[in-house]
Write a protein that binds this ligand. Structure first.
Ligand code: SF4
Length: 200
């Protein structure tokens, strides 16, 4: 059994926060264990909780369309969330829930070693771009060590507010070039050890 599969089993049994009580399934994430691109969303919604898979509702359908626009399918990338269990009524995740769940996402990144991490929405953005607003920095990649971090709006935001749709589409179209840049970098370093080198 791979380490990632073992991690999924650990997540499925997790009771570290209150969200364990209301879930139908945990949603650990899915995709190739050696994916070059990792998308990180927020938390499972109704459909994700039912199926145990990330981005399977309307926002997931839009994400599939966005991936297709750059010649990718979801089988080519890793898709996960900051939180692995559905918050009741799809409310925002709480700080203590995100803190309790953080070691799982940290471990996923350590195992998969993506060259490019795309954050979808403000909660995953805040891991790498604290104290800023997504309206200010979306579509602007940041290199930290041997990895590039790229903030985008959550696809659900574009569904709720049509004015963001073309913005999300345009930001997605930049990914192939950003990935090329990321592939030219050295080994990815743990975030804590890597100095921020540039904003470009
Ligand atoms: S949200 Fe994360 S920390 Fe909370 S119970 Fe689910 S897997 Fe565990």
């Amino acid at each position: 059994m791979s380490e990632l599969t073992e991690l999924y089993k650990e997540i499925a049994a997790c009771q570290r926060c209150e969200l364990a009580k209301g879930r139908t399934h945990t949603v650990p994430g899915e995709g190739p264990e050696n994916a070059e691109i990792m998308f990180i969303g927020e938390a499972p919604g109704f459909h994700e909780d039912r199926q145990g898979r990330p981005f399977v509702g309307a926002a997931g359908k839009f994400l599939d369309e966005l991936l297709a626009s750059i010649g990718l399918t979801r089988e080519d990338v890793y898709i996960g969330n900051v939180i692995k269990c559905r918050p009741p009524g799809n409310r925002d995740p709480l700080a203590d829930e995100m803190a309790a769940c953080k070691p799982f996402l940290d471990k996923q990144i350590e195992l998969i070693q993506p060259k490019l991490i795309v954050t979808l929405g403000r909660f995953s953005m805040a891991r790498y771009f604290p104290n800023t607003k997504i309206t200010r920095i979306h579509g602007q990649p940041k290199r930290i060590g041997g990895r590039i971090y790229y903030p985008m709006f959550h696809p659900a935001a574009a569904l709720h507010q049509p004015k963001w749709r073309s913005v999300v589409q345009e930001d997605m179209l930049k990914i192939p070039q950003i990935l090329k840049e990321a592939e030219g970098l050295g080994e990815a370093e743990p975030l804590e050890q890597a100095a921020q080198l540039s904003l470009f």
